[in-house]
Design a protein around this ligand. Sequence first.
Ligand code: GDP
Ligand code: MN
Length: 379
Amino acid sequence: MNLLEYQGKELFAKQGMPVPQGIVATTPEEVEAAARTIGGRVVVKAQVQAGGRGKAGGVKLAGTPEEAREVGSRILGMQIKGLTVEKVLVEPALDIKTEYYAGIVNDRKSKRFVLMLSAMGGVDIEEVAVTDPDKIVKIALDPAFGAPDYLLRQAVYDAGYDPASHKAIIPVLRQLYAASQANDAMLVEINPLVVTGDGKVIVADAKVSIDDSALYRHPELAGYREESFDNDMDRQAAEQGLTYVHLGGSVGIIGNGAGLVMQTLDVVNANGLKPANFLDIGGGAQAAQVSKALNMVLSDPEVKAVIFNIFGGITRADEVARGMLSVQEQMTIPVPVVVRLFGTQEEAGRKLLEGSHFIPVDNVQDAAQRVKELVESRK
Ligand code: GDP
Ligand code: MN
């Protein structure tokens, strides 16, 4: 589960880390009021599950409350990497002297939490890893010892942090480690970790990802769930109780059983098409579930065709067919839908679909082929 910046900062603040005193706002009026409360220059920051908000125009400074309102009205509602900005974080602006990077990631290879530091902060760390890999210091932390000060001292020295800031930064790194452990985080990241003109150390950004398998131990984080999706489609799907993953291609995929859906994705890929999504309607799905799934996939504007791949085991093919037909009754389906139905009640299911919008095929390969022809003939 990925957290928004302000949520990550809340967890950091609990460890005593120096985060700015920010206020979350959802309307330009609230942004103005927040700026007035804070006083002086403020920074208004888009709260979405995406990096590079600064470059995308989602981080802006404002000198007065009126200007903050104006900046807020521009950032709220804007799209960043396909996500609509619904919240902003208003914070006192910083007098930035230096920007560092600091992160702790759960590393599968070393089976340790790995501390990563770089003096090249404020820029995309993945980019630094490619262009200047030797500018990132990595230290695998022994779980028995955690992040002892002598290790942190060596690390900030090796990373080339300004010696004048070592003393102030080491406790922050210690707290960062504590935050990762207390919350079962796969990743905790500060980029930039700012040193101000007057030598203060400030956590200016926060990226936190919580291990989903550990969420049961953290009922206190449940409130963050709703905002943890990195695209609007995934969020809508979760709200509707669908097992859906947005993939960004043009062929909508619906099937029952994760394995069957993944096989369908593979066949679609092998035919040179890009799946729009993964969607498993599960075993024993009823008509209502089927129509919900089809509506979900059709709401994706990128979808040019849909493949249904249904194996009738405990799921009845006629029940699935009824779900599809109910969608056809409610709306004009704008794209071709190819259907492979087999197993329990397949005859009844196919009969129901006769003369409908839905195009029957015999197997997945045929489904992919058919979709390809249909999409190409529509160009
Ligand atoms: P990101 O682009 O999504 O990583 O968002 P950041 O919070 O890291 O902000 C992007 C950049 O905005 C930072 O690297 C700073 O260089 C710049 N920036 C300028 N003034 C401020 C300020 O007062 N506060 C913060 N947080 N960032 C600022
Ligand atoms: Mn950042």
